[in-house]
Design a protein around this ligand. Structure first.
Ligand code: C2O
Ligand code: CU
Ligand code: CU
Length: 472
């Protein structure tokens, strides 16, 4: 389902629902509006939208728009901006909320955030002063992000703009957002998430088992295992999102008779690339997006094209299939120039800030931290002046996808070379390999407040591999 704002407002109910994921079985999930993935939101650059989340679940939530250039109070801070459960029946809430602007577009509801919080709802306000791109929204509650996303709290949010609309790109039915996420199930269809009892996690051996994050044994695309999409012999735009808790993919396409199909990258996390770049495969870590065009024009009806994961084993090599139904006219010519993206050059005299992602002894238990500290919501690790451009350097002794809220960045260096093939364009999540420092250039603009930098392996995030920074 696609949802567009009406009167600047989109309302979403977070509720549990039983969803069919494995054929013939019901899976109890935490959902946005009863579906998994959540409804795809479609908005336009510079047209502010309020997304009103009502929490009818039994647990608190915090919703974050990943990749959104968003003011701090709507960014889903994981500890004190939670939306508690317990929204009363609609029959009562009119009375409770009289005077708080309940009607569509009732922006006075923003005036008293505490009142909304008590009611189990929150208005997230997104100005969307940012180029067209693929964003996604997901839960961000401290200590519980990983299990709550695993249980279903994730959806697409697509931003469009006039510049992109003016380009010749596949659109309509030929544009497919694909949310790739692995899961594990019990025989009856229930989601299986390993126990995360802190006692248990403190025991030697048990913590180690999930130190790399939780992996599923089946890959879902838009909530379905090994699905088949019917396509015409035409070009398609695939908006790839890795919404997995911890799994990395190396995605490639091949016809059933073994002919490779190239992936033409046109965009990254934060919008279009300067020009298209061809890849044989796309490697993606948790949180990353790749916008690609695939060309099926030369394939005969009946042909099947498989998308496989080169980093999987057994069942997790299987991602999805496309089947050509018929020939079609397609005169889309992908432009050689897509957008104005500045060259990634180091700014002179910029502040260099180092973020060391590593394992720490935390209160006698092992966990993950940044610069020697587990996440402390009360103490930001950096103060960054608005309007400044800084160089941030990420360093690790293990594999971590690093995500920065508020501002997109450009990769300047990976190890002692320039950006890698998956580092192009505007990124908000970058995969860091052991002992390979990655330098990015990032400019902080517009919104003062507290924001986050963290590992997007969601189990690492829950194990406190997160830090606040404050823009001033
Ligand atoms: Cu997609 Cu702070 O997260
Ligand atoms: Cu984010
Ligand atoms: Cu990590």
């Amino acid at each position: 389902p696609v949802r567009r704002p009406s009167g600047g407002l989109i309302s979403i109910e977070q509720r549990s629902a039983s969803v069919e994921i494995l054929p013939g079985l019901r899976t109890e999930m935490m959902t946005y509006d009863g579906v998994f993935p959540g409804p795809t939101l479609e908005t336009r650059r510079g047209q502010a939208v309020t997304v009103r989340h009502t929490n009818s679940l039994t647990l608190p939530t915090a919703t974050h728009l990943h990749g959104g250039h968003t003011p701090a109070e709507s960014d889903g801070w994981p500890t004190d901006l939670l939306v508690p459960p317990g929204f009363e029946a609609p029959a009562h809430h009119g009375a409770h909320h009289a005077g708080h602007g309940d009607g569509p577009g009732g922006h006075e509801a923003m005036a008293d955030p505490k009142a909304q919080v008590r009611a189990g709802r929150r208005d997230y306000r997104y100005p969307l002063e940012q180029p067209a791109t693929t964003l996604w929204y997901h839960d961000h509650r401290m200590d519980f992000t990983a299990p709550q996303v695993w249980r279903g709290l994730a959806g697409f949010h697509i931003v469009r703009d006039d510049e992109e609309d003016a380009l010749s790109l596949p659109r309509g039915d030929r544009e497919l957002p694909l949310m790739i996420a692995d899961r594990a199930f019990d025989e009856d269809g229930a989601l299986r998430y390993p126990a995360r009892d802190p006692e248990l996690l403190g025991e030697p051996g048990v913590a180690d088992r999930y130190m790399a994050g939780v992996l599923g044994d089946v890959v879902l695309v838009n909530g379905a295992p090994w699905p088949e999409a019917e396509v015409e012999a035409a070009q398609y735009r695939l908006r790839l999102l890795n919404a997995s808790n911890a799994r990395r993919y190396a995605l490639s396409l091949r016809t059933s008779d073994g002919k490779p199909v190239k992936l033409l990258q046109i965009g990254s996390d934060g919008g279009l690339l300067g020009e298209p770049v061809e890849h044989d495969r796309i490697t993606m870590a948790s949180g990353e997006r790749f916008d690609v065009v695939v060309d099926f024009r030369s394939l005969a009806p009946g042909t099947t094209i498989e998308m496989r994961n080169g980093l999987g084993t057994g069942r997790t090599t299987r991602v999805m299939r496309f089947r050509i139904t018929r020939r079609a006219t397609d005169d889309v010519k992908i432009p050689e120039k897509l957008a104005d993206v500045p060259e990634p050059e180091s700014p002179h005299g910029a502040v260099v800030r180092r973020w060391h992602f590593r394992r720490e002894g935390v209160h006698g238990r092992r966990g993950w931290g940044i610069n020697g500290k587990p996440f402390d919501p009360a103490v930001p690790q950096a103060q960054v002046p608005l309007g400044s451009t800084e160089i941030w350097e990420f360093f690790t002794d293990a594999h971590h996808p690093v995500h920065v809220h508020l501002s997109p960045f450009q990769v300047l260096r990976r190890g002692n070379r320039g950006p890698g093939p998956m580092d192009l364009g505007w990124k908000d999540t970058v995969d860091i390999r052991p002992y390979e420092a990655v330098r990015v250039r990032v400019r902080f603009e517009r919104y003062a407040g507290r924001f986050l930098i963290h590992c997007h392996n969601l189990e690492h995030e829950d194990m406190a591999m997160m830090a606040g920074f404050e823009t001033v």
